[in-house]
Ligand binder design. Structure first.
Ligand SMILES: O=C(CO)[C@@H](O)[C@H](O)[C@H](O)[C@H](O)COP(=O)(O)O
Ligand SMILES: [Zn+2]
Length: 196
């Protein structure tokens, strides 16, 4: 097995996708970063959720906001909904896994808050329900998806933001999501602290 050649193909596929995303996603990601800054400036908060690798992305995003990204600044109001094992197990056990994030959105979400919903397929029921709950609570939704956006595509309103990676492979989509998380952090800090 020629792993070197295999990995070379991965690098080239990732480079081509990042090139395409630079063209297609820079503007919508800038708009999403502006919405996040506006919410934080209005004393609203950010909730983030995802499953599996996307759960890690949601935690990563929130850690950059509550801790810091590249520059010193005040901590920012953000919560990852996929981190508290007592809540995750209780809600899954008592209501079903589909409600695991929606229940927390209903507990914490206020009008003007932002839900960052991360799903490579756009079809995970727990994420779909979280988005429904956020919309019922008049929150703004920023959806990071792939594969055309799945069910989430048809649910988003003109006030929401859809960052859909134009690829069908989960690993490739997640690689771009990881960059998008950093761009959103960079965009918030640039608006807070100026260009650096
Ligand atoms: O990271 C990976 C695969 O690369 C997995 O853990 C993956 O995130 C899980 O299968 C998720 O449950 C997929 O959910 P979603 O992205 O379709 O919402
Ligand atoms: Zn993964």
């Amino acid at each position: 097995m020629d792993l070197t050649s295999r990995f070379n193909t991965h690098f080239r596929d990732a480079i081509a996708l990042f090139e395409q995303c630079a063209t297609e996603l820079s503007a919508p990601t800038a708009a999403a970063a502006e919405a996040l800054f506006l919410a934080l400036s209005s004393n609203c908060k950010i909730l983030a959720c995802g499953n599996g690798g996307s759960a890690a992305d949601a935690q990563h995003f929130v850690a950059e906001l509550v801790g810091r990204f590249e520059r010193e600044r005040l901590p920012l109001a953000a919560v990852a909904l996929n981190t508290d094992t007592a809540i995750l197990t209780a809600v899954s056990n008592d209501y079903g896994y589909e409600d695991v994030f929606a229940r927390q959105v209903n507990a914490l979400g206020q009008p003007g808050d932002v839900l960052v919903a991360i799903s490579t397929s756009g079809n995970s029921p727990s994420i779909v329900r979280a988005v429904e709950a956020a919309q019922e609570r008049e929150m703004v939704v920023i959806a990071l998806t792939g594969r055309g956006g799945g069910r989430l595509r048809g649910m988003l309103s003109p006030h929401d933001f859809h960052l859909c990676v134009p690829h069908d492979r989960t690993m490739r989509i997640q690689e771009v999501h990881s960059l998008l998380v950093h761009l959103l952090c960079d965009g918030i800090d640039a608006q807070l602290l100026g260009d650096a």
